[in-house]
Write a protein that binds this ligand. Structure first.
Ligand code: NAD
Ligand code: UDP
Length: 318
């Protein structure tokens, strides 16, 4: 018999780090999940455990091209997220953000689906306002190495709001701050995966700059909970809303924490700071607390332990 609460949900970028966790969560809630991915940075390994599920379907497709499917909701996550991945083919990154958003919004308009956009704290650029609130418009370099991602995501937000105003589309925009956990790619160059892999192999920890730049790290399960809550809010609430953990650490502190937790012999080596690397980042999550009744629950040490255990099982320790 048809379950009245079960929806057909499209997750673009569903084979990626966040997408694979989201697909699993949606299946557990009884929904039909269509995972669309071109495997640019994601992998079948991330969703291998879902492939046999009778309500899970996988489609290889690039969101830069139109997609004709019938769904009730869409989570638009397709886009490389790590700086080395999104800077590898910057033109493609902008296309994925912008053409991908246009195609998925067009699909949502045709089938009258609700659509969620995985936006990012990068819309704030290298912020002068700290912590970052949603009203802050950001300080973004439009022509730098990070611009393909930052401006692509900003333009996607514009498109979401214009489709909402112009076509009455039901949209939700979540601005995601640094998130970590199992299913991160071991070589994606993001700080948590890099440091854990280096520490487990007792190789030098590559600290960019002097390590005083800050980030705030959210464990993946907490973030997925926020996605679900945001999508369940009344149609009037569309965001943008910051989704992240407000506990802020310097990258130097993160290096030391990971060395301690892995009992590693690694030493720290200093490397040049990449251009436009934000000096500080921390979400003000008052709006998420208020509208979603949400805040992160997983302590950094606990989340790191789980992530370390995941990598320790999978990487070659030499
Ligand atoms: P990820 O790289 O692991 O996942 C992205 C997925 O999108 C991959 O499976 C990739 O193959 C797929 N993809 C890329 N281009 C595509 C295209 N043209 N067509 C179809 N699929 C495509 O990254 P993630 O960390 O899971 O990030 C997911 C989303 O969340 C991204 O939109 C990212 O910008 C956003 N986000 C993530 C973080 C974070 O800390 N993880 C922070 C801010 C925003
Ligand atoms: N970083 C570092 N060493 C690494 C990888 C990253 O010191 O091996 C720093 C990077 O310069 C940045 C922070 O860690 O200041 C977070 O980097 P990440 O690529 O994870 O995400 P970002 O927030 O910069 O998009």
């Amino acid at each position: 018999m048809l379950d009245q609460n079960s929806k057909r949900i499209l997750v673009t970028g569903g084979a990626g780090f966040l997408g694979s966790h989201l697909c699993e969560r949606l299946l557990n809630e009884g929904h039909d999940v269509l995972c669309v991915d071109n495997f640019y940075t994601g992998s079948k390994g991330n969703i291998a455990h879902l492939l046999d599920h009778h309500r899970f379907e996988l489609m290889r497709h690039d969101v830069c091209f139109p997609l004709y499917v019938e769904v009730d909701e869409i989570y638009n996550l397709a886009c490389p997220a790590s700086p080395i991945h999104y800077q590898y083919d910057p033109v493609q990154t902008t296309k994925t953000s912008v053409h991908g958003a246009i195609n998925m919004l067009g699909l949502a308009k045709r089938v009258r689906a609700k659509i969620f956009q995985a936006s990012t704290s990068e819309v704030y650029g290298d912020p002068e306002v700290h912590p970052q609130r949603e009203e802050y418009w950001g300080r973004v370099n439009p022509i730098g190495l990070r611009s393909c991602y930052d401006e692509g995501k900003r333009c996607a937000e514009t498109l979401f709001f214009d489709y909402h105003r112009q076509h009455g589309l039901r949209v939700k925009v979540g601005r995601i701050f640094n998130t970590y956990g199992p299913h991160m790619h071991p070589n994606d160059g993001r700080v948590i995966s890099n440091f854990i892999v280096q520490a487990l192999r007792n190789e030098p920890i590559t600290l960019y700059g002097d390590g005083s730049q800050t980030r705030s790290f959210c464990y993946v399960n907490d973030l997925i909970e926020a996605f679900i809550r945001l999508n369940a809010t009344a149609d009037e609430f569309i965001g943008p809303v910051n989704l992240g953990n407000p506990d802020e650490y310097s990258i130097g502190e993160i290096a030391q924490k990971i060395i301690d937790l892995t009992d590693s012999k690694s030493t720290v080596v200093y490397k040049p700071l990449p251009s436009d690397d934000p000096t500080q980042r921390c979400p003000d999550i008052s709006l998420a607390r208020d509208k979603l009744d949400w805040q992160p629950t997983v302590r950094l040490e606990d989340g790191l332990q789980r992530t370390i255990a995941y990598f320790a099982e999978r990487i070659d320790l030499g």
